[in-house]
Design a protein around this ligand. Structure first.
Ligand code: NAD
Length: 484
C-alpha cells in the first residue's frame, strides 16, 4: 500500500509519531493509500524549516521566484493525466472533470501568481507639497495554509501560489480526505528547484495537525478554506493572537430564474450549477428560485434533465457524476433528504443511491441527483449547507420577495441571476448579499477579481491583487519634501 509522506525542509519524510490514516477511494470504498497522521512535532519541524528559509526566499528576486513557480506549473501540466487520475481516485470526482477543470486550474493558479508578481505596482502619494509617501509591501513571514477536499489541488495551489510568489514561506495542510495530489506537489517542488523550507506540506487531521498550525506563534498569517464551523474555531484561536486571517467558508447559494430568462441557457446552466462535482462546490446553486408563472414548466424540464445525468464510475468518460467524497458525506446527504420529507417536501427525483454502477464501484458512495419541491425558504433544508447533489425549487412572485428569500440564510458566497432585463439584473445583483453574483452565467471565474463571501461565508477576499495584499504587509514611508 502506498504510504504518503510529509514534505518538510525540502525532503519527503514520514510523520514523527509514525502514525497513518486510511485514505479511501470513494468510488470503491477501498483503502488505497495511507496518509500521515501528523501532530504538533511535525508542524514544529515544518515551521522551523519555513522560518529558516524566509530570510533568503523573501529577498530572492521576483524573477527567480516567478521562474520556479512557472516550472512547477509546467511540471504539473506535463503530468496532467497522472494528477487527474490521482484526484479522481482520491475524491470520487469524474476523471473528465479533474482533467479539464481541477488540474488545469492548479496550473493556472501557479502561472497567474508567478507572473502577477512581475507586474504589481506600489502606491505613492504626494501630500500637498509637504511630503512624498510611498508604500512598501513586504512578505509577512511563515504562512499557514489549510484547504478542503472538494477541489483538492485547485484550492491548495490557490493559496500556495500567492503566498510563496510574494516571498513568504509556508506550512500547508491539505484535507486528510484528499491528500494525494498535495503529496505529488512535493515532487514537483523538489524537481522545480524550490529551495528547502519555502513550502512545507504537513498531512493529517484538522483537530491535530491543522490546530497545531493555527496556534503556532511563529505563523503570522492563516489562509483557510473549509466549513463555517471550522472557520469559527480557527478565528477563535487566531484572532487573540493577532494573526492575519482569511476565511473562505460555506455557502447556500441562490439561483434566481425570472420568467423572461433565456431558457436555452438558464436551464442547462442551473442544472450544472446544482450538480457539478456532485454538488460539492462551495459555489453550487442549491436553492433554485423560479418565478411562479414558469415554475411548473421549468421544474418539469429541470427534473427531466436531472434524471438524464449519468451517475457512474468516475473513470468512465460517459459518467457525468461520480461518487461523493466519503461515507460521512453520503450519510449527511441522506439525512437531509429524510429531513426534507419531515419538513413537508416532495422528492421529485433522486435521494437514493443509483443501481450499482459496475462491479468495481459496488461499494462506492454514490447518490442520484436530487430535486426537492414544496419547502418553505426558511426551513432547515433551505437554510443549512448540505454540500451534495441536492437542490430545492422555490417559486417566487416578485423581485423584492426573491431578494428577501435569497438573503434569508446566514451565508453569502455566490448567486446566479437569470433574466434578459438588464435593469432588473443590476437591481437584483445590488440587493442580493453575496461576494460573487453571476448574471446569465455560473462559475465563470476571472482570477483577477476579488473572491470571497459575505456574512458567514467568510472574512477577507482572495484572488488577484487581494491575495497579493493579503500575503504582504504594507509599510508607509513618508519623506518630507524640502521647503523653498
Ligand atoms: P472542513 O472545515 O471540515 O475542513 C477544511 C480543512 O480544515 C481540512 O484540511 C481540515 O483538516 C482542516 N481542519 C478541520 N478542523 C480544523 C481545526 N480545528 N483547525 C485547523 N484546521 C482544521 O471542510 P471540508 O469538509 O474539508 O470542506 C467542505 C467545506 O468547505 C464546505 O463548507 C464548503 O462550502 C467549504 N468550501 C468553501 C470554499 C470557499 O471558497 N468559500 C471553497 C471550497 C469549499
Amino acid at each position: 500500500m502506498h504510504q504518503l509522506t510529509n514534505y518538510i525542509n525540502g525532503e519527503k519524510v514520514p510523520p514523527a509519531g509514525g502514525a497513518y490514516l486510511d485514505n479511501i477511494n470513494p468510488a470503491t470504498g477501498a483503502v488505497f493509500s495511507k496518509v500521515p497522521d501528523s501532530d504538533a512535532a511535525d508542524v514544529e519541524a515544518a515551521v522551523a524549516a519555513a522560518d529558516r528559509a524566509f530570510p533568503i526566499w523573501s529577498k530572492t528576486p521576483a524573477d527567480e521566484r516567478s521562474r520556479i513557480l512557472l516550472r512547477m506549473a509546467d511540471l504539473i501540466e506535463s503530468r496532467l493525466d497522472e494528477f487527474a487520475r490521482a484526484e479522481t481516485d482520491d475524491n470520487g470526482k469524474c476523471l473528465s472533470l479533474a482533467r479539464t477543470v481541477d488540474i488545469p486550474r492548479a496550473v493556472k493558479n501557479l502561472r497567474f501568481f508567478a507572473t502577477a508578481i512581475l507586474h504589481t505596482q506600489s502606491e505613492s502619494h504626494v501630500t500637498d507639497g509637504q511630503a512624498l509617501n510611498y508604500t512598501l509591501r513586504k512578505p509577512r513571514g511563515v504562512c499557514g495554509l489549510i484547504s478542503p477536499w472538494n477541489l483538492p489541488l485547485y484550492l491548495f495551489t490557490w493559496k500556495i501560489a500567492p503566498a510563496i510568489a510574494t516571498g513568504n514561506t509556508a506550512v500547508a495542510k491539505p484535507s486528510e480526505v484528499t491528500p494525494v495530489t498535495a503529496a505529488m506537489l512535493a515532487d514537483v517542488a523538489i524537481e522545480a528547484g524550490l529551495p528547502a523550507g519555502v513550502l512545507n506540506i504537513v498531512h493529517g487531521l484538522g483537530a491535530k495537525a491543522g490546530a497545531a498550525i493555527v496556534s503556532h506563534p511563529k505563523i503570522t498569517t492563516i489562509s483557510f478554506t473549509g466549513g463555517t464551523v471550522t472557520g469559527r474555531a480557527i478565528a477563535a484561536v487566531a484572532a487573540p493572537m493577532f494573526k492575519k486571517i482569511s476565511l473562505e467558508l460555506g455557502g447556500k447559494n441562490p439561483t434566481i430564474v425570472f420568467a423572461d430568462a433565456d431558457m436555452k441557457k438558464a436551464l442547462p446552466t442551473s442544472v450544472r450549477a446544482a450538480f457539478a462535482n456532485q454538488g460539492q462546490i462551495c459555489l453550487c446553486g442549491s436553492r433554485l428560485f423560479v418565478e411562479r408563472s414558469i415554475c411548473d414548466d421549468f421544474t418539469a424540464k429541470f427534473v427531466a434533465a436531472a434524471k438524464q445525468i449519468r451517475v457512474g464510475d468516475p473513470l468512465e468518460e460517459s459518467s457525468a457524476m461520480g461518487a461523493l467524497v466519503s461515507k460521512a458525506q453520503l450519510d449527511k446527504v441522506s439525512q437531509y433528504v429524510a429531513l426534507a420529507k419531515e419538513e413537508g417536501g416532495e422528492i421529485l427525483c433522486g435521494g437514493e443511491p443509483p443501481a450499482p454502477v459496475n462491479d468495481r464501484c459496488k461499494n462506492g458512495y454514490f447518490v442520484q441527483p436530487t430535486v426537492i419541491a414544496g419547502l418553505s425558504h426558511s426551513c432547515r433544508v433551505n437554510q443549512e449547507e448540505i454540500f451534495g447533489p441536492v437542490v430545492s425549487i422555490i417559486p417566487f412572485d416578485d423581485e423584492k420577495q426573491v431578494i428577501d428569500m435569497a438573503n434569508s440564510t446566514p451565508y453569502g458566497l455566490s448567486a446566479s441571476i437569470w433574466t434578459e432585463n438588464l435593469n432588473r439584473a443590476h437591481r437584483v445583483a445590488e440587493g442580493v448579499q453575496s461576494g460573487t453574483i453571476w448574471i446569465n452565467t455560473w462559475l465563470l471565474r476571472d482570477l483577477r477579481v476579488p473572491f470571497g463571501g459575505m456574512k458567514q461565508s467568510g472574512v477577507g477576499r482572495e484572488g488577484g491583487d487581494e491575495a497579493i495584499r493579503f500575503f504582504t504587509e504594507p509599510k508607509n514611508v513618508c519623506i518630507a519634501t524640502p521647503n523653498d
